[in-house]
Design a protein around this ligand. Structure first.
Ligand code: HEC
Ligand code: HEC
Ligand code: HEC
Ligand code: HEC
Ligand code: HEC
Length: 488
């Protein structure tokens, strides 16, 4: 018998016979239905008419493909069950109903099956490709799940707002991709079942609030940050000007000016300054989960020798804890998600003029409103502008008549600052995620540079102010150096 005929007799005819059952037919309908829906969505997408709503993405790139595959799986399941039932009942015919290729209707049936198979294949292939691509987009990572809201909000206003999450969080290589997806799936399960968690806290997995930092699974900066920033290209100093405002009626402004010795690796391979010194090999042990307590630091010197700096309280013993090679993230831990303090937030808004320094006591009042407790961002959206207006109405009514628009703008801006930094439902508030750059608001550099990390030769990790920066002015009104530089 020619192969085709044999195939027809042994496979096609039994398949058609057994396939004629409710389960397989439902499967076929589900597959066709979801397939057609997906195809029309992709066509609409190609014509550029779709919103970037993350829920649409979840439906079209994750849910429908799953439905499509479920339908495909139901078809053979139905065939299997029907065959088993008929076999038990001894009703399997000796000969399956004839396939008559001269029968026009039957031939068309075969054509349809063939075309459907090809279309199915194309749909599954495209869906997997789209699904993988979609799972890598900031939309999926940041917006499909409200748990990520704090990080996504900060990300959108960061210098990295056009760098996809996966560039930093996954890095290069298939292994990294796989482990990140496994981790992500676990998180998706935690979030999905979250509403049930209070009912059965021991069984249902729950996600932590806030999401803990540091991210222990983050890949070394070599595979992430250094894919875009080349350490050997760092060089030189950086001028930093910071304005702050006082709590008096006139919101008296003062400025701090410093030159940061950023340094790097120059064209003669000399390492200098903040970047150069740490890009060599430094390891440390931290004794708390947030990497704030760092009592032990070991540096590999250019000649290969080791210098160990240890906190005096250790008395020479090596502490237990996480051991880590220092890289970019040990300073730039908030590279894409900078949450500022309330003080920093209002100072920079006033410097930019979006909160007008001409409003009496706006610094003092604004800071109080930012720091007040609200149960949700929605409550803050209503209360902050209202309370600011109430303050001026009771204390300085003339301001409301003369500068009503400025008061309204200030109220809205204060709420905006709040909404970029405080997320009550995730228990993220001012100061939840410390920034390691600097040492004023958080320990930062002083986790090691506190003067108490001493080596055997009794040198210590430097706390000399001028090693890191020259302070040109500290909280001065109109510092002369700024006019000398032509900045003011
Ligand atoms: C420029 C690199 C970069 C990009 C882009 C980036 N992140 Fe991060 N992310 C980090 C670093 C660095 C940390 C802090 C790691 C640490 O402290 O160990 C972090 C931490 C986090 C954390 C842990 C909680 C926290 O606030 O520390 C979450 C959640 C997170 N990122 C989500 C996202 C999402 C969602 C996106 C995309 C919308 C994104 N990240 C994009 C670098 C990045
Ligand atoms: C995909 C490329 C890419 C990756 C990966 C990346 N960056 Fe960047 N980064 C940029 C670009 C582009 C800018 C400049 C943005 C601008 O000036 O608006 C930038 C800016 C910065 C700045 C300056 C911010 C400022 O306030 O001016 C720092 C600091 C920084 N990156 C650190 C990091 C760190 C740390 C990592 C790893 C966690 C990282 N970057 C990963 C592309 C990247
Ligand atoms: C010892 C801490 C430390 C380490 C480690 C470190 N940086 Fe920095 N970096 C700083 C400080 C401090 C600044 C200045 C911050 C500021 O502008 O307020 C800075 C500034 C930068 C800038 C902005 C430069 C500019 O001209 O504005 C970039 C980009 C940057 N770092 C990238 C990196 C990358 C990439 C790595 C890892 C290879 C890295 N840094 C490692 C402390 C560090
Ligand atoms: C994990 C510990 C650690 C952290 C955190 C750290 N450093 Fe360092 N730093 C060292 C060690 C170790 C040295 C080498 C010893 C020395 O020169 O004092 C060093 C040296 C330096 C030097 C060179 C000093 C000199 O005399 O030449 C500068 C500048 C510096 N660090 C700046 C910073 C800044 C800025 C930060 C914060 C953004 C920072 N460091 C955070 C460990 C650290
Ligand atoms: C290990 C490095 C290092 C040492 C030592 C150091 N600083 Fe700093 N300091 C920094 C960095 C980095 C910043 C910038 C932070 C930023 O980018 O906002 C800074 C910022 C400052 C600021 C401005 C802060 C602000 O936000 O207004 C002042 C003031 C200051 N340092 C004072 C000092 C004094 C005084 C000393 C000596 C006792 C000292 N620092 C020692 C690294 C250092």
């Amino acid at each position: 018998m020619p192969a085709f005929l044999k195939f027809r007799e042994d496979w096609v005819r039994p398949a058609l016979f057994f396939g004629n059952n409710p389960i397989s037919l439902t499967g076929g309908a589900i597959t066709t239905g979801s397939g057609v829906t997906m195809i029309s969505y992709w066509l609409a997408e190609l014509s550029g008419h779709l919103s970037d709503n993350p829920y649409l993405g979840i439906i079209f790139f994750l849910f429908l493909p799953a439905l499509f595959l479920l339908g495909l799986a139901l078809i053979p399941l139905g065939v299997f069950l029907r065959r088993r039932t008929l076999k038990k009942a001894g009703q399997i015919p000796a000969e399956f109903p004839r396939i008559d290729l001269n029968d026009r209707i039957f031939r068309h049936g075969i054509d349809i099956v063939l075309v459907a198979t090809i279309v199915n294949f194309l749909v599954v292939a495209t869906a997997s490709y789209h699904g993988a691509e979609y799972m890598d987009s900031p939309q999926f990572c940041g917006r499909s799940c409200h748990v990520m809201n704090p990080e996504f909000t900060a990300y959108q206003i960061s210098p990295h707002s056009h760098v996809p999450c996966v560039e930093c969080h996954i890095g290069t290589g298939a292994e990294a991709y796989f482990s990140a997806k496994v981790n992500g799936t676990k998180q998706l399960i935690e979030v999905t079942f979250h509403p049930l968690a209070p009912l059965a806290p021991k069984i249902v997995p729950n996600y932590p609030t806030p999401i803990p930092s540091p991210v222990t699974s983050l890949r070394p900066a070599r595979y992430t940050c250094e894919a875009c920033h080349t350490p050997t290209r760092f060089d030189g100093d950086k001028l930093l000007v910071k304005s702050s405002f006082a709590d008096d009626a006139g919101n008296t402004e003062s400025q701090t000016v410093l030159i940061l010795h950023l340094g790097g690796v120059d064209s003669f391979s000399q390492r200098s300054g903040i970047h150069g010194v740490h890009l060599g090999h430094i390891e440390y042990i931290s004794t708390d989960p947030t990497r704030t307590a760092i009592p032990w630091v070991e540096r590999t010197n250019p000649d290969g020798s080791l210098t160990t700096y240890a906190a005096s309280a250790l008395n020479g013993a090596q502490p237990q804890g996480e051991r880590r090679v220092m890289d970019c993230i040990d300073c730039h831990n908030r590279a894409a998600h900078t949450f500022v303090t309330a003080q920093e937030a209002i100072n920079s808004a006033m410097t930019a003029g979006v909160i007008s320094p001409s409003l009496p006591f706006i610094h003092k009042e604004g800071l109080q409103l930012l720091n007040a407790p609200y149960t949700s961002q929605d409550q803050a959206r209503v209360e902050i502008p209202q309370q600011l207006e109430a303050f001026y109405r009771s204390q300085h009514p003339e301001v409301l008549t003369e500068k009503a628009a400025l008061v309204k703008d200030a109220g809205e801006e204060l709420y905006l600052l709040y909404s970029q930094n405080v997320f009550p439902f995730m228990k993220v508030t001012w100061g939840t995620h410390p920034n390691h750059i600097g040492h004023q608001e958080y320990p930062g550099c002083f986790r090691c540079h506190d003067g108490d990390h001493v080596a055997k030769d009794s040198t210590s990790i430097t706390q000399d102010c001028s090693a890191c920066h020259n302070l040109l002015a500290v909280e001065e009104a109109k510092p002369k150096v700024l006019s000398d530089l032509g900045i003011q």
